[in-house]
Design a protein around this ligand. Sequence first.
Ligand SMILES: Nc1ncnc2c1ncn2[C@@H]1O[C@H](COP(=O)(O)OP(=O)(O)O)[C@@H](O)[C@H]1O
Ligand SMILES: [Mg+2]
Length: 249
Amino acid sequence: MNRHQVPLRPLVAEKLESPKPHTEGRFGLLEVSEVNKEYPTPRGALKVLSGISFTLSRGGATAIMGPSGSGKSTLLHILGALDSPSSGHVRLDGVNPFELDERALANFRNQKIGFVFQDHCLMPQCSVLENVLVPTLVSRASNHHPERARKLLDQVGLSERLDHRPAELSGGEKQRVALARALINEPMLLLCDEPTGNLDSKSAETVASILLELHARQKTILIVVTHNADLAAKFPVRYEMVEQCIRQA
Ligand SMILES: Nc1ncnc2c1ncn2[C@@H]1O[C@H](COP(=O)(O)OP(=O)(O)O)[C@@H](O)[C@H]1O
Ligand SMILES: [Mg+2]
């Protein structure tokens, strides 16, 4: 299965009626416990992650570094509930997303998680403002979203670009839109996969400082995968992926 495809779970009544998970004492935490990931391949199972464990609390931030192919994106996709672990647990705010039914999982991702990819992944036909509003289309309380989108775009320095299409922006500006979009639903967890990987050093610096400033302001849990040593150095905790494992750098 492609990691961008999430296993579909049937919407069974008993699941919908099942008691709420036990969350006492776990609010505001990302708990990663003994996560393993193997991909099935024609030549047998390919082990990518082995015994990954760490905890971050609200306001916490970490950078994850490691060579290409070491499993960084795989880990980020599991933390973002876009792919499931082969074994082990992930809990965000006391909830294991992989125990949720399909609808609840989609809602959980929409409300709790913001993702910034290396390639901004903006919708080319939509304006800057519309792109930032996309995640709000499925959320319930909708009254203040345009106001919040404008405010976020102001905070990332793009209030003069609201009507531009992505093709009319620089690379750094596109990533700033992607950052505003990731934050529009006030997620608890912000995951960034090489957010400055395609940018020149000046734009990378601007995106990095905006990212850290917004994190400090919004008190998300921030995890950034990066090859950029200057960006990684700004984080209080750094991890390195080595031979399928994670260790503090
Ligand atoms: N869907 C998949 N099926 C099989 N192998 C995969 C899949 N996705 C990634 N891999 C393999 O897992 C390893 C880790 O990939 P990835 O997490 O993208 O690494 P990184 O982000 O550190 O460059 C690579 O060897 C890659 O080929
Ligand atoms: Mg990657």
